[in-house]
Design a protein around this ligand. Structure first.
Ligand code: FES
Length: 86
């Protein structure tokens, strides 16, 4: 869903349903030691299933593994929804 009235962010991260995190925009990917990682492409797919052989990138293994996760946040059924009135 597009944000109305808000300025579009320079970087977006999209959790794909049952798949990777897609990172779009001007970002630097670095190791924890600060070494630059060249993703080799403009849109980066980061693994969130833990099965990729080329971490931190997605290699499609999530499909074979049957990884399941929604695009949006999981809701705890025992917690009340945030009050939308503020
Ligand atoms: S999300 Fe694709 S291999 Fe992990």
């Amino acid at each position: 869903m597009e944000q109305s009235g808000a300025q579009r962010p320079e970087v977006t991260i999209t959790p794909c349903a049952d798949g990777p995190l897609l990172v779009r925009g001007a970002v630097e990917l670095r190791t924890q030691d600060g070494e630059l990682i060249d993703p080799g492409r403009a849109t980066i797919a980061l693994c969130r299933c833990g099965r990729s052989a080329i971490k931190p990138f997605c290699d499609g293994s999530h499909k074979v593994a049957g990884f399941r996760a929604p695009s949006g946040p999981l809701r705890d059924p025992l917690r009340p929804e945030p009050d939308s009135a503020g």
